[in-house]
Design a protein around this ligand. Structure first.
Ligand code: SAM
Ligand code: SF4
Ligand code: SF4
Length: 365
């Protein structure tokens, strides 16, 4: 399939207060320049999972039956340190990455995360983070000061009983709302709020969530439940199609579609016609967007994944901890991207749901 490649928009490097450039421009060794995959998709986004651990046990992501006491989480020595993460990020930027998202597991569980944020904030990228929000009240200010640009907070229900049943770890809605409030006080705005919708589990919260965040300045995004990993027992009949979410909301508040902010934007945007802001729909199951997918993922232990639904990643750690120079590492990252032909969501079927796929809590959303 021939696809026109997306033009790379250069982002100027950040400058220190005195005007000096904080990040050196890519060296010859690094500047493999922008790379495109087998379908002409450029590398633009890097998602970095900083831990496979989480303080929640969301039933659709880390069900206790699989992530209980017996589960073997990564040992500390296996996990990339901040210098290793920064090195991969820096070389990826030279290959075209313009946006970095920190994720997990729960990224706020990673010790001294604000120090990593400060290191990555030196790169010429938009730096974002996705969190379940439970520890945000304590960390929002430090993250903002360290240079985090934007925040996404996950919240699947406003009903406290339903929320507790989903996170299965005794966190209440108030914990997350306190995190969102603290983030606003720290200067994050607008905040994206992610709600994974599951039929029968929290679809009753669609309208209350919209009512709560309409007019708040935050952007609520409804995410179709996906068949990631191999442990959540995903079934198609649990997916609430994005079109149905829109229909349910429109019955209450008239909506109008909005255009893309940029090519490849994952969420389809709608605005309330009464001016109460916008919402997003992430329809990865019913309206796949592989054609514009420019995301590369780095696991906590240094594996690169070209797709959220991949079975295996490419181990970078032997290079990072061996004698490989930047040129060799760049070649490894670029080689993976150039060979990439993933488009799982466009090929999804009853048969693919059973394939061996990486867990979302390990590779991040
Ligand atoms: N722990 C953080 C959080 O929950 O925000 C970051 C990691 S979590 C894996 C990232 C995002 O993936 C969250 O918004 C979560 O709701 C979403 N997610 C996890 N499993 C999912 C699934 N099966 N389908 C759709 N979204 C999922
Ligand atoms: Fe943890 Fe996020 Fe997965 Fe929930 S969705 S279990 S908060 S990693
Ligand atoms: Fe990208 Fe893979 Fe998701 Fe398609 S299925 S949008 S290629 S991560």
């Amino acid at each position: 399939m021939d696809r026109p490649s997306i033009p790379i928009i250069p982002v100027p490097p950040r400058h220190a207060l005195d005007g000096s450039v904080l990040v050196h421009p890519p060296s010859d060794a690094e500047s493999g320049a922008a790379v495109s995959d087998q379908y002409g998709r450029p590398l633009r986004d890097l998602r970095i999972s900083v831990t496979d651990r989480c303080n929640f046990r969301c039933v659709y992501c880390m069900p206790r039956a699989h992530f209980g006491r017996g589960h073997a989480f990564l040992a500390r020595a296996e996990i990339l340190d901040f210098d290793e993460i920064l090195r991969v990020a820096r070389l990826s930027v030279a290959l075209g990455v313009r946006k970095i998202r920190l994720t997990g597991g729960e990224p706020l569980l990673r010790r001294d995360l604000d120090r990593l944020v400060a290191m990555l904030a030196m790169l010429p990228v938009e730096l974002t983070l996705t969190t379940n929000g439970a520890l945000l009240a304590r960390q929002a200010r430090a993250l903002k000061s360290a240079g985090l640009d934007r925040l996404t907070v996950s919240l699947d229900a406003l009903d406290d009983d339903r929320f507790r049943a989903i996170n299965d770890a005794d966190f209440g809605v108030a914990d997350v709302l306190a995190g969102i409030d603290a983030a606003v006080a720290a200067g994050f705005a607008p905040i994206k709020i992610n709600m994974v919708v599951q039929r029968g589990r929290n679809d009753a919260d669609i309208v209350p969530m919209a009512a709560r965040f309409r007019g708040s300045g935050h952007i609520l995004r409804f995410i179709e439940y996906m068949d990631v990993g191999a442990t959540n027992g995903w079934r198609l009949d649990q997916v609430v199609p994005a079109a149905e979410v829109v229909r349910r909301l429109e019955a209450r508040w008239p909506l109008a579609p909005l255009g893309e902010n940029y090519r490849g934007e994952v969420a389809r945007r709608w605005r309330y016609r009464d001016g109460a802001g916008e919402i997003g729909l992430i329809a990865s199951v019913t309206q796949p967007f592989c054609g514009d997918c420019t995301r590369l993922r780095l696991s906590p232990d240094g594996h690169l994944y070209a797709c959220l639904f991949a079975g295996r990643g490419q181990a970078l750690k032997p290079l990072l901890r061996g004698a490989a120079d930047d040129r060799m590492l760049t070649a490894a990252i670029a080689g993976l991207w150039r060979a990439r032909n993933d488009r799982y969501s466009e090929q999804r079927s009853a048969a693919t749901a059973g394939l061996d796929k990486v867990e979302m809590s390990y590779i991040g959303g």
